[in-house]
Design a protein around this ligand. Sequence first.
Ligand code: PXP
Length: 265
Amino acid sequence: MSRTEPSPAGRLRLGVNIDHVATIRNARGGAHPDPIKAARLAAAAGADGITAHLREDRRHITDEDIEGLTDLLNGLRLPLNFEMAATAEMQAIALRHKPHAVCIVPEKREERTTEGGLEVAREENRLAHFIAPLREAGCRVSIFIAADERQIEAAHRIGAPVIELHTGAYCDAHHEERFDARDAELERLRNCAAFAHDLGLEVHAGHGLSFDTVAPVAAFPEVVELNIGHFLVGEAIFSGLDSAIRRMRDAMDAARREAFGEGAA
Ligand code: PXP
């Protein structure tokens, strides 16, 4: 599709990332709060899918959580977006569970969260071979990358059907009140969403999004899915998970309607 064709703006999907429910559980050990219960609640609140990152060090989500989530979401017919590093161990787990979607993310043990996008351009060959069996197993593969045309082209060349744009730099700049930098990041994200869409890629976005930062990203016509976790779990402390998700959904829909009219949400 070229940039002159109609925009694909329609209803945005909200993937709720439940990793940090597991973070709180793991702070004490035991079973409470249960991320599977959070996923059930998120589904009831209108999440279009559940996202979970099984990190190599299992600092939040565990293998057992992935088993439980797979069973729950299969029953609810809701997609699981399984985030993972490009390692043989994670590939084997994904091939065993065959989640609806697999999002390949960079992972460093010393980082607190996924700090940047995946370096696809430098590892094209390896990543092309890595995602092939996942695609053959029917998983929709997405690649988590920074807003950088080189990385988007590389993701396209390796055969990924989806990219997820890392919105962390934009959100950080907003919360640190570096507004020029924020606007520059937003512009970069906007251009990259259009660039990826022109290549035929499906475009998702996420990382660090909150009630304050979601609207401009939700208004990019090419973006079809947002994945949001940490803010929602934090906000749940004050207002409950159901309310936090519903308010996020409303903010996304309002941004979409404002940008594209009533039919867009
Ligand atoms: N998308 C991807 C690919 C991620 O790795 C993460 C964080 O795990 C998110 C979205 C959600 O980010 P946050 O928890 O900051 O909303």
